[in-house]
Design a protein around this ligand. Sequence first.
Ligand code: ATR
Length: 271
Amino acid sequence: MIKTAVIGHPIQHSKSPLIHGYWLEKYGISGTYTAIDIAPDNLKKDVQNLIDAGYAGFNVTVPHKISIIDQCAEITPLARKIGAVNTITIKEGKLYGDNTDAYGFAQNIKESTEGWSFAGKNALVIGAGGAANAILYALLEEGVEHITITNRTREKAELLQRFNPDKITVVDWQNRSEACENKNLIINTSALGMSGKADLEIDISNAAKDAMVTDIVYAPLETDLLKQAKALGLQTVTGIGMLLHQARPGFERWNGTLPEVNDELEALVLK
Ligand code: ATR
């Protein structure tokens, strides 16, 4: 019986048990994947309990993605560059950390678009929180030509320029609509537009006519940003696929099979 989990605080709304549970059943693997609430003060002790209980690994979500790094024997260069770990494999009692968010973001777009490529794109990134780190990494890896970042707190956007100062420009938050001019890739990495959060309030009508627009928010699945893009005749990709794809490498490491994302799984998670 392969034991795996997701740890976070709070954790009851996590979709990960549903995703991994679906795959365990689909691939006929004898395993468990549970959601475990761990308060920040208990992180060290409770993670040791998982090691002692023989867990194969676990996913890490808010607020532990950075603090777990101290407990890892090793983290991948990619996780180090992004500065956060979301996937842990346990071997001989030691934690090995990785970050699969960049993979999840890029893979979702690749599988959702045919004949579209990141190469040479002029991108606008909205937001500079945790998710933006992985997305910037993915954009640069995939060959995007230039990235403009806009964020309410300008300093946080400026910190992200470290990924490649030559290719990243920061624009003030109040100028976000003007910043769409000539952009052929627009990505919302902020929480704005999510049910219960403030609206994004951006006018993307200046974007290039062949622009692709994507949002990491998936509740609602079709955000106001994506609605606006569709009304302009632009190509769109919803955020649910990033959540599904980021889960794949962990599942493969723990259970030995790289699982597929399909419509049935997407519908299950959106229910
Ligand atoms: P994290 O992903 O690091 O947990 P977060 O607090 O969820 O961060 O915020 C994610 C992004 O949404 C950030 O870019 C944040 O802007 P700030 O860096 O200025 O905090 C953005 N965001 C959240 N609420 C916002 C709001 N009401 N107006 C503008 N941007 C907002």
